[in-house]
Design a protein around this ligand. Structure first.
Ligand SMILES: C[S@@+](CC[C@H](N)C(=O)[O-])C[C@H]1O[C@@H](n2cnc3c(N)ncnc32)[C@H](O)[C@@H]1O
Length: 256
């Protein structure tokens, strides 16, 4: 399948998809609680929400007294994040940019990347650019928590075709193709709404499991600490569709 390298520009806009569905917004407070329990941050600590989208977690983190930066490519989602922050009476620094081009150096006590916002690039070297940028962005001792779809779950429950009714009417169709060489899935979503032309967009998602995400994190200088299969803290398994990993940027040992 041919897919443009910058497919994210057409995919992540309100005319096609918005990750802050009512169901996703409802889950955000409990997900944020789990994340904060693992990050062990003090009030006022600097937290980067990489690929914050419409800010559903970022506002929860800011409500807990953290100094939150939300970073995303989509202008529309960032505008929505700003409106959400205003409504919840919290301040968030919002920055637009590509996740492969992070400029931060030793700035954050922690970074989060949630709801499968990692693994989008067809070249593995681009995924590594993201992780290396996060390594630089973290202060020594800083923690990183990534939440992505669990590759072993996708392989074990592979569905080349699927469909669902959409809450507001219409159907959401999914076609999935596993690309062996790229070690990921090409996915096409088609939205069918009554009286409207079908709209399709495709994306790529590299499949990660405990072994290859650990190797990628280590390659970027980070040390994986813990893994979970959901936001209730249950163990990683092929029966659970999430892979949540906590890693740390270990401080350099000083020799006397
Ligand atoms: C599945 S959404 C998740 C959003 C948010 N974390 C949440 O849980 O609601 C993925 C996000 O990644 C962002 N994104 C995709 N490609 C990007 C890129 N190359 N650089 C920065 N952000 C990107 C999208 O705009 C979108 O907001």
């Amino acid at each position: 399948m041919k897919l443009k390298n910058d497919w994210h520009k057409d995919f992540f806009n309100n005319t096609f998809y918005n990750p802050a569905s009512p169901a996703a917004v409802e889950k955000a407070p409990s997900e944020a609680r789990f994340v904060l329990k693992q990050l062990k941050l003090k009030k006022g600590a600097a937290l980067l929400d990489l690929c914050c989208g419409p800010g559903r977690h970022a506002v929860e983190f800011a409500k807990k007294g953290l100094n939150v930066t939300g970073y995303d490519f989509s202008e529309e989602y960032l505008n929505e994040a700003a409106a959400r922050a205003k409504k919840r009476k919290v301040t968030i620094r919002l920055t637009r940019g590509d996740m492969r081009a992070l400029k931060y150096k030793n700035e954050f006590d922690a970074v989060v990347n949630l709801f499968t916002s990692f693994g989008y690039f067809q070249r593995f070297s681009d995924d590594m650019k993201v992780l290396k940028g996060l390594f630089r962005a973290l202060k020594p001792g800083g923690r990183l928590l990534i939440d992505i779809i669990h590759g072993d779950f996708v392989r074990a429950h592979f569905l080349p075709r699927n469909w669902a009714k959409m809450p507001g009417g219409g159907f959401h169709l999914e076609n999935t193709y596993y690309h062996k060489n790229r070690k990921g899935v090409f996915n096409t979503w088609t939205i069918l709404k009554p009286g409207k032309k079908p709209v399709s967009r495709s994306f790529f998602n590299r499949l990660y499991n405990k072994k290859n995400i650990s190797a990628a994190l280590k390659n970027a200088g980070l040390t994986p600490l813990k893994f979970w299969g959901n936001f209730r803290g249950q163990p990683l398994s092929t029966q659970k569709n999430r892979l949540i990993v906590l890693a740390v940027k270990k401080p350099k040992k000083t020799s006397r």
